[in-house]
Design a protein around this ligand. Structure first.
Ligand code: SAH
Length: 268
């Protein structure tokens, strides 16, 4: 799997940020891209040039910002593109039927085999204007809550970049289906609470000390394995009570044995 992931080719998809108002968002967008294997960032008339905020938010993705061409208009930035997708927070105000990001990413990947594709993102306050949307062949809307539909610019870039990444990995034959850790049962109705489990683990750690289970070894490794084992078992509250009862008896016996002087007195 690792080899497939590494060899997945970066698609010819550019991320175009139009009229960005906060230089920090340019850095965050670059970081979002780089984590997903995208490198072509393009700026159109940013309100402020990239600055120290950009660099701070890029957190190591500054190379994308440094390499980013800056254009005066969107038309110039996408002149050589085969397919131009406008990302918009407002699904109803646009003429074009908006694509779901997953669908958009899959189609973008196919289109990118024949020429550059652009994903266009608008201004933080006002998005893309109508003239700019006119230049797009299709719209993409992240199905956010209609009552609060606007994502932070870089968060929107991240969603699209992630979908593209999944599309690339799927195309490379990598298994991208989410999997539940195979031996871990999903918690169901009646599963013990976090606090109940931690109570069990605390008493277990104490008991292991008292029965001298570790014999000089570091206790962490055994506890890690025992935690995993009990988490796999998907315990409910009654299971916890039973196990803690067993531990309580073991602790009582250890106390007795210590009192009789047959084991080193480890009991506080
Ligand atoms: N207030 C602006 C929102 C701008 S958010 C408006 O109403 O349009 C900045 C940019 O992030 C948007 O132009 C768009 O490109 C992207 N974006 C934010 N939320 C989005 C969403 N739900 N779907 C698609 N793109 C989104």
């Amino acid at each position: 799997m690792e080899t497939q992931l590494e060899s997945a080719p970066a698609p010819d998809v550019r991320i175009v940020l139009v009229g960005t108002q906060h230089p920090g968002n340019i850095g965050s967008a670059a970081r979002a891209m780089k984590t997903m294997g995208l490198s072509r960032l393009v700026l159109v008339a940013p309100e402020k040039a990239p600055d120290r905020d950009t660099q701070a938010m890029a957190a190591g993705a500054d190379d994308l910002v440094e390499a980013a061409p800056v254009f005066a208009t969107l038309a110039e930035a996408v002149a050589d593109c085969r397919w131009v997708l406008g990302c918009t927070a407002r699904s109803r105000r646009i003429q074009l039927e908006p694509l779901h990001p997953r669908d958009a990413a899959r189609r973008a990947l196919l289109a990118a085999a024949n020429g550059p594709v652009a994903l266009v993102f608008g201004r933080e306050r006002t998005g893309l204007d109508n003239d700019e949307l006119q230049l797009c062949h299709a719209a993409v809307h992240i199905p956010s809550d209609p009552a609060f539909s606007s994502l932070n610019l870089a968060a929107a870039v991240q969603v699209l970049a992630y979908e593209l990444r999944c599309a690339v990995l799927d195309a490379a034959g990598a298994d991208t289906q989410p999997t539940l850790a195979m031996r871990t049962a999903p918690p169901g109705e009646g599963s013990a609470s976090h606090a109940e489990l931690e109570g069990l683990f605390g008493q277990l750690a104490e008991t292991l000390e008292q029965i001298d289970f570790h014999k000089g070894r570091a206790p962490e490794s055994a506890m890690r394995k025992l935690r995993r084992l009990y988490l796999r078992a998907n315990l409910d509250s009654a299971d916890i009570r039973l196990l803690r009862g067993v531990l309580a008896d073991a602790q009582r016996m250890a106390r007795l044995a210590a009192a009789m002087g047959s084991v080193p007195a480890k009991i506080g």
